[in-house]
Ligand binder design. Structure first.
Ligand code: 4NP
Length: 158
């Protein structure tokens, strides 16, 4: 499985999502890859926002080494699953899709969580929002791994 986490700036939500999923991949020894990107280009090359780094670190997840990049149409070919943090990111990614197969790969990450919310709230303008974002994403990543691990075992792909 190759999974791409996508938000707007690639400095707050998707780096935390990448870090959480990478941590689960490492702990479980899964043959999966995860990366993240932003639909916007303002922060390309930057490390994640310090508040995202701090929040993730408080939960044992290290993301300081990540560098922001912009989502590219090549990502449709390079990833099996493209997970948008909110409906606005979802629409922006779908606009770049060139086939039904591309569109099929795009999902809202909270579809996998137990939350009734559809959007991971953008914490950029809200210092207190990072902890909530972490917990929403942790729940979604845990359930996502459970979902695809059992699907792959059932289809004997692993
Ligand atoms: P993210 O948060 O999409 O979770 O990385 C944001 C980061 C930066 C901006 C907006 C959202 N910005 O407008 O610069």
């Amino acid at each position: 499985m190759k999974i791409l986490m996508v938000c707007l700036g690639n400095i707050c939500r998707s780096p935390i999502a990448e870090g959480i999923l990478q941590d689960i991949i490492d702990t479980k020894g899964l043959d999966w890859q995860v990366d993240s990107a932003g639909t916007g280009n303002w922060h390309v090359g930057n490390a994640p926002d310090g508040r995202a780094v701090e929040t993730a670190k408080n939960h044992g997840v290290l993301i300081q080494h990540q560098k922001a990049r912009q989502f590219s149409t090549r990502d449709f070919a390079n990833f099996d699953l493209i997970l948008a943090m909110d409906r606005s990111n979802y629409k922006d990614i779908i606009k770049l899709a060139s086939s039904p197969a591309d569109k099929e790969k795009v999902r809202l990450i909270l579809e996998y969580s137990r939350s009734l919310e559809q959007d991971v709230p953008d914490p950029y303008w809200d210092d207190d929002g990072f902890e909530k974002v972490y917990h929403l994403l942790k729940d979604a990543c845990d359930l996502l791994v459970g979902h695809y691990s059992s699907e792959l075992i059932n289809s004997k792909k692993i």
